[in-house]
Design a protein around this ligand. Sequence first.
Ligand code: 13P
Length: 251
Amino acid sequence: MTPSLIIANWKMHKTISEAQAFCRDFIVLSRGLKKTTVVICPPFTALAAVAASLKSSDIKLGAQDVHWEAKGAYTGEISPDQLVDAGCRYVIIGHSERRQILGETDIMIRKKVKAALGAGLIPILCVGETLQERQENKAYEIVEQQITGALKDIEFTEEDLVIAYEPVWAIGTGVNASYQDADEMAAHIRTCLQNINTRVMAAKIPLLYGGSVKADNFAEFLQGSINGALVGGASLEADSFFQIVRLCESA
Ligand code: 13P
């Protein structure tokens, strides 16, 4: 069975002490989870503190970005090995905020995926179309380009990778995609994955939905082939995040 995954993307939120307080509360709430893996992706500044807070729990640590080089003169960047050293197991790559605001291209994203895999990190590769692309019926083509751009000719197995479908128009807007749209896109993504890597069992790669996920809209997503969520705003409070985790655990 494909594992259930709920991932918190805190983006540029929380000081170290706020992150520690969240972990204290969330660890108590989430004791005894049986089938849901939870990953928390704090800002870089809080990685070490969150790693220490999560040590006695099963909750995993992830970062929000990574550079593709191992070391060198790359001011402001963080290497895959530095993330591993900080206690990370996962890393978000190709988030639409980085693609759109910081100009990340598929070429950069592919280098990041390759470097992360090489260091033993699990990339959480984000893909998704803008509102204009959806309105022009280009959503499938765009997502296929993003998947192919990031993963073609890269070696990976079912255990190495997570894909998050995050339609740009649904991020932080309060307007989530419909469960049917997300499920149809999930099927398309699995076909793309299978086409570019015939050795992998694409059905087993965890496929998440992200974009205005909250406890009161997420239950229906779990009826289909979506394996979990990448959560922004609703992951900032332990209670609201745990409500989403609980839905996944009882699905
Ligand atoms: P929101 O849940 O705040 O819409 O953010 C989604 C997201 O971008 C997660 O990576």
